[in-house]
Unconditional design. Structure first.
Length: 279
């Protein structure tokens, strides 16, 4: 029997603590301190020839990596529900939101959408610390159409310009509106406003996705059951005419959360409740 990994047990304990305290956006992983990204370190729109070449090569590597994970049953996508909701906007710009609970969840999102996105490329927003991640995943973060939210104001200006330009090109951009990753946490967490601000500012819809999971019979190297994913693609949410930018942002955020909550409750057959303690 494989012993449960200590680092995962510690993460689960932090998740339990943070839920009680209502710290839903707080990171639970032991990531190293973030070093701000300088403008010269990024090329979000892949304008340089070297960036174009790296992206082409590394995207091919990433696709093969996902295939290997699926073959080895380290990534199990059991079912996709609601693809028709995505196909209605196949050739249009959109922000995609999804719950964030595993380093592999963006692979699951990519895999189900792969044949329905321009050039088989999905843009993804990430924390700037991931750009300095070691090993193969660091290579993916830096080169697979990834946009880093930065604490450097000049880099952030480049980020916002890139979001605007990509949506003009009718690209799809995946944003984890819960922020931090909570490992194997099944409940939806209240989204923050960023993704919806971008949607309102650029007058594009949000396509909410939500991944539910169940234990497979396989045990991973961390000693926990490998999860089987069901990827839910929900109807698009559009900015409403007559509302201010702030009102529209709140409307879209609340609607997204309601839709996630509905999927959670129907899939697991239980009401969504948190252990948050009253102050």
């Amino acid at each position: 029997m494989i012993e449960k990994a200590q680092d995962r047990l510690e993460v689960l304990a932090r998740i339990e603590e943070y839920e009680k305290k209502g710290w839903f956006t707080k990171d639970v992983e032991n990531d190293p301190p973030t070093i701000p990204l300088k403008p010269e370190e990024v090329d979000f729109l892949r304008k340089k020839l070297s960036s174009k070449i790296k992206t082409k090569i590394v995207n091919h590597m990433a696709r093969n990596h996902i295939k290997k994970l699926i073959k080895n049953k380290q990534l199990i996508i059991k079912e996709t529900i609601g693809m028709e909701n995505f196909l209605k906007l196949e050739h249009e710009a959109a922000i995609i939101t999804c719950n964030h609970f595993n380093a592999f969840d963006n692979f699951a999102v990519y895999k189900v959408l792969e044949n329905h996105i321009k050039k088989n490329e999905l843009y993804k927003v990430t924390r700037e610390g991931n750009f300095r991640y070691p090993g193969i995943y660091g290579v993916f973060f830096r080169n697979c159409n990834t946009l880093a939210i930065s604490s450097n104001l000049k880099t952030m200006k480049l980020f916002l310009d890139a979001i605007k330009e990509l949506l003009k090109r009718k690209e799809k951009i995946l944003i984890y509106s819960e922020q931090g990753m909570w490992w194997n946490y099944r409940k939806p967490r209240p989204p923050v406003t960023g993704a919806y601000k971008f949607a309102v500012a650029n007058n594009v819809p949000v396509i909410p996705m939500f991944i539910t999971m169940n234990d497979s019979e396989l045990i991973g190297a961390d000693g926990f059951p490998i999860q089987e994913y069901t990827v839910h693609i929900l109807p698009a949410i559009y900015p409403k005419e007559g509302l201010s930018s702030k009102e529209n942002t709140e409307y879209m955020r609340n609607k997204n959360y309601e839709m996630w909550k509905d999927v959670y409750e129907k899939t697991y057959g239980i009401p969504l409740t948190y252990t948050t303690e009253e102050n």
